[in-house]
Write a protein of this length. Structure first.
Length: 344
């Protein structure tokens, strides 16, 4: 089965082709991605209307590129998948409309996919895919969640952020340091030259008796420290960046290891844009090894939003008989959509 996937939930346009063979093992045939980071940099964040318009410009050329790279024609596609939500409404509509229109023209079914489920399942495209069950750390954009995953579609929430997510903490702290957009990667790059112990920043909820997260207080502490430094901020920026990253990583790692112990799982899956952070990966590798567990990541190229994870999630759901694709051309999008409501 060949599945063409479209991702357009925010500021990346992604298209990919995934194939599942007789053994049901997914294989990425081709993928193409366009990031709008440069376009939004002047505004310091994503402008929804500009994002939607750019998706319109990019989606068809990217589709042609994917089909060319895969050596596949349109009539060889068995299913067209798209991100149904969560995300920006206008951006979601571009991918959904394109996917459903293409499916209707081909006489093929279309299937809407949950964006976070795509991230959660993306490590199955890695060379060393995980096995169920496992604990998943989802750190994507405005989402930070720990899930107990029994199988495709079987997700139990263990903990989540009560205010800012880890990605937002990276981006907002980067802005306070005068770094460019996107802030997270810029802060991580600056942190490599700094001392992570230079500033004693808080680790919110680190010692709480639950698995929830909170990063708003950390952002406030970074702002306070930046103001204290005043004209010294430029000279001490790397130290403050490293201390900020260390605080975020400490919380994510501590809660993830605690979730593994509490659930009795021996596998941790990390997915989402923050999952590409090298300091986080190193700390998780060390932490899981210490307690006799394993950690799995998607390929670095698939940590950000992408079409491959959407095609993969659709293929796995259909294999498990957990979704009914649509042939009637009707579709909707769900800008706000909890992973616990995935079958609604």
């Amino acid at each position: 089965m060949k599945v063409l996937g479209f991702e357009s939930s925010c500021d990346e346009t992604g298209v990919a082709l995934v194939e599942t063979g007789d053994a049901g093992v997914p294989r990425l045939l081709a993928e193409a991605l366009h990031s709008q980071a440069a376009m939004h940099a002047d505004y310091g964040g994503v402008v929804p209307e500009l994002a939607s318009r750019d998706h319109i410009r990019r989606v068809l050329p990217l589709t042609r590129e994917v089909l060319r790279m895969a050596g596949c024609s349109l009539d060889q596609i068995d299913l067209v998948a798209y991100t149904r939500g969560p995300g920006l409404a206008g951006a979601l509509l571009v991918g959904a409309g394109t996917a459903v229109a293409l499916a209707a023209a081909l006489g093929r079914p279309a299937l809407g996919v949950h964006h976070l489920e795509g991230h959660l399942l993306s490590p199955f495209l890695a060379d060393d895919p995980p096995q169920f069950p496992f604990v998943a750390l989802l750190v994507s954009g405005g989402h930070t969640q720990l899930m107990d995953v029994l199988g495709v579609g079987e997700y139990r929430l263990l903990g989540e952020t009560i205010d800012d997510a880890a990605g937002e903490a990276f981006d907002k702290s980067a802005k306070l340091l005068g770094l460019g957009y996107p802030g997270g990667p810029a802060l991580a790059q600056l942190a490599e030259a700094g001392n992570p112990k230079a500033f004693a920043l808080p680790r919110p909820l680190l010692h709480s008796h639950d698995l929830d997260f909170s990063f708003a207080g950390l952002k406030t502490a970074v702002m306070t420290q930046a103001r204290k430094l005043g004209p010294e901020l430029e000279a001490r920026g790397a130290d403050l960046a490293a201390s900020t990253q260390a605080a975020i990583v400490d919380v994510l790692v501590t809660k993830s290891l605690r979730a593994l112990v509490a659930s009795g799982r021996k596998r941790l899956v990390v997915a989402g844009g923050v999952g590409a952070n090298r300091a986080l990966r190193a700390a998780l590798d060390n932490g899981t090894a210490r307690i006799g567990a394993r950690v799995h990541y998607p390929p670095l190229a698939l940590c950000t939003d992408n079409g491959a994870m959407i095609a993969l999630a659709a293929a796995l759901r259909l294999q498990q008989g957990l979704a009914r694709s649509s042939l009637d051309g009707a579709f909707d999008v769900r800008p706000r959509w909890s992973l616990q409501e995935i079958d609604l």
